[in-house]
Write a protein that binds this ligand. Structure first.
Ligand code: C2E
Ligand code: CA
Ligand code: CA
Ligand code: CA
Length: 275
């Protein structure tokens, strides 16, 4: 039998109530996720495209919830940004990653995602400085990845903060370039050390001439601005071939390696740790 309009409204209403309740529960549990040590870090390799050489790792957070199991950052970072818990989470991620990377024996870089909310924290620079001192990680081995939405809300404040971070010797990558709020204006207002082109472009490049054209244009832009471009989402040899022939600097994706936990010795897969 066909549901009446009224019945359908009721149905959607209860589905919505359910979604709201789940979100509220996740937000409540998230407050304790750091204390309960439920967060885990995975490390995904970044490679120089032309030589194949490993150059660093991006750190990606996971939440292993007591009853819900593994929760994707896409499902809890936005909630944490709303509740403000991202400040504690972001600081935990940075500290863990810095402590781990300080032990690697080959001086590779570690790239950490910085939420727009963290960038509005007045004492962010002091907190980062403390973590560097505590961990002993040289600032040149740390890269912070920020999306352009981080800059859009209060541009002057954000750029001021980024300049201070950069003055510490930390490098700054623009994440997800080509999506959301990306504008050329931001690129020229701040000296980014790297542009990460969003994975959607490479992933669609074989089926969409437009996506391939945008990818090429971003690579050309990086070349003329002298900013190295990293392509995300490298999954196939064909995609790598395209990046090779277009002179792309760096790549990251399943073809090189999936995000992995550290091994027992504290180093990422295939890397040794010092003593
Ligand atoms: P992102 O910074 O753009 O990270 C790249 C995402 O692409 C990761 O998803 C990674 O697992 C995925 N990926 C990497 N290579 C491939 C590939 O070859 N193919 C495909 N299909 N996907 C690939 P993940 O780990 O689910 O993270 C999602 C987003 O959550 C990240 O996007 C980032 O915005 C956010 N995030 C993750 N960890 C943190 C964190 O510690 N702090 C903050 N603020 N955000 C984080
Ligand atoms: Ca990122
Ligand atoms: Ca990205
Ligand atoms: Ca993203």
């Amino acid at each position: 039998a066909k549901a009446s309009f009224g019945e359908m409204i009721c149905y959607y209403q209860s589905e919505m109530d359910e979604a709201v309740r789940t979100r509220r529960q996740i937000a409540a549990d998230l407050r304790y996720a750091v204390e309960r040590q439920e967060l885990r870090l995975l490390y995904q390799p970044q490679h120089a495209v032309q030589t194949g050489e490993l150059v660093g790792y991006e750190v990606l957070v996971r939440w292993v919830h007591g009853t819900r199991g593994m929760i994707s950052p896409m499902d809890f970072i936005p909630i944490a940004e709303e509740t403000g818990d991202i400040l504690a989470i972001g600081e935990w991620v940075l500290r863990e990653a810095a402590m781990a990377a300080a032990q690697w024996d080959n001086g590779l870089k570690v790239a950490v995602n910085l939420s727009p909310v963290q960038l509005q924290q007045p004492d962010l620079v002091r907190r980062i400085t403390e973590i560097l001192l505590e961990s002993g990680l040289p600032p040149k081995r740390l890269e912070l990845e920020i999306t352009e939405s981080a800059i859009i809300s209060d541009k002057l404040q954000a750029l001021h903060m980024l300049r201070q971070i950069k003055a510490l010797g930390i490098s700054i990558a623009m994440d997800d370039f080509g999506t959301g709020y990306s504008s050329l204006d931001t690129l020229h207002s701040f000296p980014f050390d790297k542009i990460k082109i969003d994975k959607s472009f490479l992933m669609q490049s074989s089926t969409s001439p437009q996506a391939a054209a945008i990818l090429r244009a971003v690579l050309a832009l990086g070349r003329s601005l002298k900013i190295p471009v990293l392509a995300e989402g490298v999954e196939t040899p064909e995609q790598l071939e395209l990046l090779l022939s277009e002179g792309c600097a760096e790549g990251q994706g399943y073809l090189y390696g999936r995000p992995q936990p550290l091994e027992a010795d504290g180093a990422p897969l295939g890397l040794g740790a010092t003593g």
